[in-house]
Design a protein around this ligand. Sequence first.
Ligand code: BGC
Length: 380
Amino acid sequence: MKNKTILSMVLAATMLIAIMFGCGSDNQDILNPQLMDPQGTNDAGVVDQNTEMPGFESDAVIGVTLPWLGTQNWVEAKEMFADQLSKAGYKPFIEAADQTVTLQQQQIESMIEAGAKVIVVGPVDSAQLTDVLDKAKAAGIYIIGYDRLLEKTAGVDGVVQYGSVETGKLQASALVQGLQEKKGESPYNIELFGGGHADPNSPNFFNGAMSVLQPLIDDGTLVVTSEETDFIQCATADWNNAKAQARMEKLLSTYYTDKEIDGVLCPNDGIARACITACESAGQDIPIVSGLDAENDSVQWIWEGRQYSTIAKPTDKLVEETIDVINSLRDGKGLPETDVTADNGVKDVPIFELTPLIVTKENEKEIFANDPTRLELLKD
Ligand code: BGC
């Protein structure tokens, strides 16, 4: 007890001397106002844009950890971050976490050890990074969420993403438009799919879509034959296409042996193609199916009339926006201005939001006019 008291007194005196003489890299934490208020929030829990955010050197290490490389957008992000961060003069340290939370935690630890000044995180499970992100924040590292919100952490400085509720609304609007265009008079038989449970985008996509679909379900225009309309019932674990295909096959063999399925709400292109394949194998006419990501295969399927729509959320724009945020932090200018915030359960996080776009055969050539890879796929 006595020894502990002496030890605390010595520690307190050391801290006081450090503060009085204001110095030494070891004591930067004590002197850095941002680290004394790592949340950067005021009393009301609102983000305080005036909190000091010191800049960093122009050749700093920038960490990027992506959730997996299972869909085209993440593969593009990996390549584009490597390219654009190097061109901007930074040292990129880029990893993908294979849908594994512990692997992503280790990757963030390695980025802290490597002296990263910013860590960009596309989380596998955004609620499971609290401790490691707190550690990064305590080391003075800026944390930017990429494409997905970082939940339950005060450590996150901002998130760069396409509007996720808006994405869901557009998916549902395209579905309804396709049904009206191609499937005659209502009612239309439809089924609903959601993304992976751990991804905060998934409920947002689904709820955005339901805000469009629910009134049409209520007035009888749309009939969800299985009656599975809850996000949890419709979600697809780990965004796994094979699991979505298995659910679609089961729905078809249970509810559609004697009726046609007209439409399927799908949260991304991989799941859309899995559902279309299941319908084709069951001998159904192809239903109207929505998607997301404008993956090459789906861009082609839309051109061929196999998939009705997707949503474009170009990766190059999202990576560019992220690097603009990093540059602003590097220059000591803090975060760029934004009016959009999202409550992550701990704080209101500034969101740097881009606008997604519906793609159908009708506007494909126009949308991809400046995207030679995708344009090349639009040939008869
Ligand atoms: C992304 C989608 C992607 C999905 C599965 C979501 O968070 O926004 O673009 O298809 O994850 O990887």
